[in-house]
Every structure is written in structure tokens, then in C-alpha cells.
Design a protein around this ligand. Structure first.
Ligand code: GDP
Ligand code: MG
Length: 597
């Protein structure tokens, strides 16, 4: 089909405003879903996405739309994630589009992520079709939500389409708006090839599969191609489109969104953001690559059994291909042995990566507590950055320490402003501004990133009864009174358990960690002391009590099936444990700092 009859678009919104559900309705309407695969959130293909009900990866799908007047259009729809950790995925998807459907839940109105995503689209020069969604809800206020879009972002309220992904209301209007308002992709199918890699994954049979947006020229099988950044050359084996499964096609002309396989075996050769061109007829200029995502949260990942080290490395390499936003490098810990220091975009991202490693690659892992990157100035004048608390120098060698700060934006109903401001105060935040948007308030704060890392979002949600939403961006480093808290188990310092914390909070944090650890470390034949120290000085102490004789006796008596059950239970619990000296330390102990009291 000529590019004039192609529309490439994404659906963007705050999390839970109904992107995946609306995508389902569109797919259904355009006959892309057979009765057989009819299930909810069709584009959430990862097992994890279905379980958690969130979208992690952007998933493209090609659709055919016939207008009432008989004109036929090809739609390439790219579903996107909404959580702040995955903004990176969103901006990559947007590079493959000319327009977006910007969804707003009619009962919630504009939220923090609505604003961020709208600006991502505006910055990429995309046409925005505002959709006020979930108008079937009794609490829906479609006009109010449309007016908020106008007041907050400047999108005219009269442009909004009212819809419900649940009932299907408004879907025909949305399809028409896509054709009428979103421009067709530019590009000349005869020009030298220029295609953007916006995603990729590794297929055991075909090698690396690249998701591409063709900007100029045409991609076809047998074509010799070159990757601009790596300079590597390949011959295209297959090209195709998404249904959302992969279907083989004949060619991908300018304007298309599709995939190619080119026998690429080394995952390093294919980088997301790179430009593909024709080897013997290169495009004069590559697409300006994406800004590489900067991981901001770091944590060590160690296999519970040492033999799995290589398996973990292979898994990390493959996963990185599917998720360009995280990185890793080898790391050694006295307590945990050989593992990797991994960088993530946020805590949710870290959790998802660990879970995907364990499920998709069948690994048992121990993760150390997530930490931010600190900048340390030493007494000898050297400045260095460390993302690993274990590497933190001793107090006498430090002149100053700086920590990363964020600009935090919170949208909330005015009733909750008081308690939320108090929470921000506890987290060492300082206010920049406060804006009223109707009956709602936008709070802008500067806060140390470490302070919102763990349980901030949960606390914010519970304080505001679920009404507050947040977003943030990094704004650089500020000096702080930071200390390293060491943790000793059975009188030995465990390097992998060290944490960096603000002086004012060191004691309470040390207390929390040792109490939690004493609770989760299994009992031994002897009592095991757990201590938190600063510079060798003990600030908190707890004890893992020894087995009592009669408890042991009970285990050895009794019927056989009960004993078997007990053994099985022990075996299972052991999977995520690490032997440290004579003590077995479970995963929960390494994440004691995350526990909520
Ligand atoms: P996403 O995070 O933006 O992809 O949102 P989902 O599509 O996963 O939807 C979030 C929740 O809202 C789910 O429980 C949906 O069933 C519900 N939902 C989505 N669209 C509608 C709608 O139009 N009306 C109602 N009442 N609920 C909806
Ligand atoms: Mg979704």
C-alpha cells in the first residue's frame, strides 16, 4: 500500500488509564484477533506482564482498516508501557510513529505520567489525538478531563474523542481520527535505505530479530545491509510484520514498521537506536540515535550456586538485547563470590529483570539491596563515583560525598496536600513550587533520589488513598552527610550487605536492618549475633536465637510424611540462600533495607 495509506501510531497514557484494553478493542474491531486468541491485554505477551497486569515492553502490531467509503489503510499500532521506569521504552516507540493516542481516564483526569508522555510526544513532533477513556464509569467526568488536558498541557478540549475501551464506545471515531489527523509517514521507497532499529530480541533459530521503522528506501530479503554504528555487514534473510506474532512478508518500503532477520548471531552487533543502510548504497546520514538510557539504580546479582555464573552471564547478555536500558559488569564479593553489578532505570525495572532472569533462564539469584551512585571526594583530592556501598571508602579518607537528586512532580487532590508535604519533609525534600489545577495541586520538589527509591510510592499512594501520582527526573548531584553502615553476621562484616544512608537516619535504618535479618535468618545450633556498625562502632544489634533442644527432637520424631514435608520445605527455602561462614543467609536478609515495618 502506498505510504499515504499508512498510519504509524502509539497509545500513551498514565499507567492503568486503559491503553492495553483500548488496544484490544481496536484489534478486535479490525479483525486482528481470532476468537481463539481472544483474551485480555493481547499485546502484553510476556508472562510477567499478564501476571502483574502491566505493560513492560512496547509491542507493535499491523492492522488493516477499511473506511465506510471503501478506502483501506494500514495501521501500525505500538502499545507502550506507562510506568516511569519504562519511559525509555516509550521514547523508542515514538521514534517509529507519526502520531499518538493520548489516553486520559475520565474518572481520574490528568496524572503525572499523562504530562510526561504528552511532552515526549510533543518533543518528537508527533500529532496528538486526545482520547478521554473509561467514560462508562459512573464517576467519569469526560468534559472535566478534557478541560484539564487543555489547562495543563494546552491540548484543545474540543479535540478530545470520548471513548470506553471496555464497552467499545467511541472506537469508530478513534479509527477515523487516526486516518484524518495523523499524517502518513514521509519517505521515498526508491531512496537509499535508511531504517531505524527500535527494538530487538534473540531467537534461537533465526538469531537476532530487529524491529525496524523504515524511513527511506526499501528493506527486502537477500539485500546486503550495513549497520551504521557497528559497521558490520549482513545479508537480509527475511522481513516481515507483526500480528503481533511475526509473519513473513516480501518487503518493507519506506514508512513501514516491521522486523528483519539477517543471521546476526552476536548480540553486540545489533544495537537499538542504530541505523540500517544498504551496504553498496549507503544513506548519507544515519538517524540520530536515541539518547542511551542512563541506569540510576544498581544492585548486585549473584547465582545461588557458583556453577551458574556463566549461565547468568549468557542470560544477562540475551536479556540486554531485549532491554537496552539495563547494563551489567562483573563484580566480586567476599561474601557472595562472582556475580554482576547491574544498572536499572528504577526499582520496578530491577525487580522485573530479576524475575525474567529467574523464569526465562531458570536461574536462582540473590540480589543485593538497590543503591544509587554516590560521588566521593577523597582527602587526596581524587573524585570517584561508586554504585557499590561495599566500595565506599572509610570516613577518614573522605572530604565530601554527593548524592543524586531528582525533581519530583506530584499531582494530587488538594485535601491531601498537608500529609504529602509532611512525607516529603521526612524524605529530606525541599519545595520548588506548588500549582493549582482546578481542585488539584501539582507539587514540585527537589528530593534525594535515594529517599524515594524504596517505599516512597507506596507511602504516597496510601497517604492519598490512591489519588496522588508522581513522576521525576534526575537533576544532578548535591552534597550530603552520608555514612556507610556495615552489617556483621556472626561477628564478620558481610560486604554485600553494606548500605549508604544519611546521618540522621543511620540509627533507625541500622535497627530496621538487623531486626529484619534476625527474623529471616534460619535458626542455627548456636545463637548468631547480627550487628550494624558505623566505622566499627556498633549502632544496633539483634540475635538469631539458637534452636531449642525440644524443637529439634520434634523434627526427628513423628511420622515419615511430616518429616519429608519438612525436608522439602527446607530444600525449597534453600534455593535462594547463600552460605556465609557457617550461617545460611536468605534473599530477604539482603533486602532487609526494603522491608516496611
Ligand atoms: P494500561 O496500564 O494503560 O495498559 O491499562 P489497562 O488496559 O491494563 O487497564 C487498566 C484497568 O482499567 C484494567 O482493570 C481494565 O480492565 C480497566 N479498564 C480499561 N479500560 C476501561 C474502560 O474503558 N472502562 C472501565 N470501566 N475500565 C477500564
Ligand atoms: Mg498496558
Amino acid at each position: 500500500r502506498p505510504p499515504t495509506q499508512v498510519r504509524n501510531f502509539s497509545i500513551i497514557a498514565h499507567v492503568d488509564h486503559g491503553k492495553s484494553t483500548l488496544a484490544d478493542r481496536i484489534l478486535e474491531r479490525l479483525g486482528a484477533m481470532g476468537e481463539r486468541d481472544k483474551r485480555d491485554q493481547t499485546l502484553d505477551t510476556l508472562e510477567l506482564e499478564r501476571e502483574r497486569g502491566i505493560t513492560i515492553k512496547s509491542t507493535p502490531v499491523r492492522l488493516s482498516y477499511t473506511r465506510d467509503n471503501g478506502e483501506v489503510y494500514t495501521f501500525n499500532l505500538i502499545d507502550t508501557p506507562g510506568h516511569v521506569d519504562f519511559n525509555y521504552e516509550v521514547s523508542r516507540s515514538l521514534a517509529a510513529c507519526e502520531g499518538v493516542l493520548l489516553l486520559v481516564d475520565a474518572s481520574q483526569g490528568v496524572e503525572a505520567q499523562t504530562i510526561v508522555n504528552a511532552y515526549l510526544a510533543i518533543d518528537s513532533n508527533l500529532e496528538i489525538v486526545p482520547v478521554i477513556n473509561k467514560i462508562d464509569l459512573p464517576a467519569a467526568d469526560p468534559e472535566g478531563a478534557a478541560q484539564e488536558l487543555e489547562d495543563v498541557i494546552g491540548i484543545p478540549a474540543k479535540d478530545a474523542v470520548f471513548a470506553s475501551g471496555k464497552s467499545g464506545l467511541g472506537i469508530p471515531e478513534i479509527l477515523e481520527a487516526i486516518v484524518e489527523r495523523i499524517p502518513p509517514p514521509p519517505g521515498d521507497p526508491e531512496a537509499p535505505l535508511k531504517a531505524l532499529i527500535f527494538d530487538s530480541f534473540y531467537d534461537a533459530y533465526q538469531g537476532v530479530i530487529l524491529f525496524v521503522r523504515v524511513l527511506e528506501g526499501t528493506l527486502k530479503p537477500k539485500q546486503p545491509i550495513m549497520l551504521f554504528n557497528s559497521g558490520k555487514t549482513f545479508d537480509v534473510d527475511r522481513v516481515g510484520t507483526f500480528t503481533p506474532g511475526l509473519v513473513v512478508g516480501e518487503s518493507l518500503p519506506a514508512g513501514s514498521v516491521g522486523w528483519i532477520a539477517a543471521g546476526i548471531r552476536d548480540i553486540h552487533d545489533a544495537q537499538v537506536g542504530d541505523t540500517i543502510t544498504q551496504k553498496d548504497r549507503p544513506t548519507p546520514e544515519p538517524f540520530p540515535g536515541f539518547k542511551p538510557a542512563q541506569p540510576v539504580v544498581f544492585s548486585g546479582l549473584y547465582p545461588t550456586s557458583t556453577e551458574d555464573y556463566r549461565k547468568l552471564r549468557d542470560a544477562l547478555e540475551k536479556l540486554k538485547l531485549n532491554d537496552a536500558a539495563f547494563n551489567f559488569e562483573p563484580e566480586t564479593s567476599e561474601a557472595l563470590g562472582f556475580g554482576f553489578r547491574c544498572g536499572f532505570l528504577g526499582l520496578l525495572h530491577a525487580e522485573i529483570i530479576q524475575e525474567r532472569l529467574e523464569r526465562e533462564y531458570d536461574l536462582d539469584l540473590i540480589a543485593t539491596a538497590p543503591a544509587v551512585v554516590y560521588r566521593v571526594t577523597l582527602t587526596n583530592g581524587d573524585v570517584f563515583e561508586t554504585q557499590n556501598p561495599a566500595e565506599f571508602p572509610t570516613r577518614d579518607r573522605i572530604t565530601s560525598v554527593e548524592e543524586p537528586y531528582i525533581k519530583l512532580s506530584i499531582m494530587l487532590p488538594e485535601d491531601y496536600v498537608g500529609p504529602v508535604m509532611q512525607l516529603l519533609q521526612e524524605r529530606r525534600g525541599s519545595m520548588i513550587t506548588m500549582n493549582y489545577v482546578g481542585k488539584r495541586v501539582e507539587l514540585l520538589y527537589e528530593v534525594p533520589f535515594a529517599e524515594i527509591l524504596y517505599d516512597f510510592h507506596d507511602r504516597l499512594k496510601s497517604i492519598s488513598r490512591g489519588y496522588a501520582s508522581m513522576d521525576y527526573e534526575q537533576i544532578g548531584y548535591r552534597e550530603g552527610d552520608l555514612r556507610k553502615v556495615d552489617i556483621q553476621v556472626n561477628n564478620e562484616v558481610v560486604d554485600a550487605l553494606a548500605v549508604i544512608v544519611h546521618e540522621d537516619k543511620a540509627y533507625s535504618l541500622g535497627r530496621k536492618i538487623v531486626d529484619k535479618m534476625a527474623e529471616v535468618i534460619p535458626r542455627q545450633m548456636f545463637p548468631v549475633p547480627v550487628q550494624a556498625t558505623i566505622g566499627g562502632k556498633i549502632i544496633a544489634r539483634a540475635t538469631v536465637k539458637a534452636y531449642r533442644k525440644d524443637v529439634l527432637a520434634k523434627c526427628y520424631g513423628g511420622d515419615i510424611s511430616r518429616k519429608k514435608k519438612l525436608l522439602e520445605k527446607q530444600k525449597k527455602g534453600r534455593a535462594r540462600m547463600k552460605q556465609i561462614g557457617t550461617v545460611e543467609v536468605p534473599q530477604e536478609a539482603f533486602l532487609a533495607v526494603l522491608s516496611t515495618e
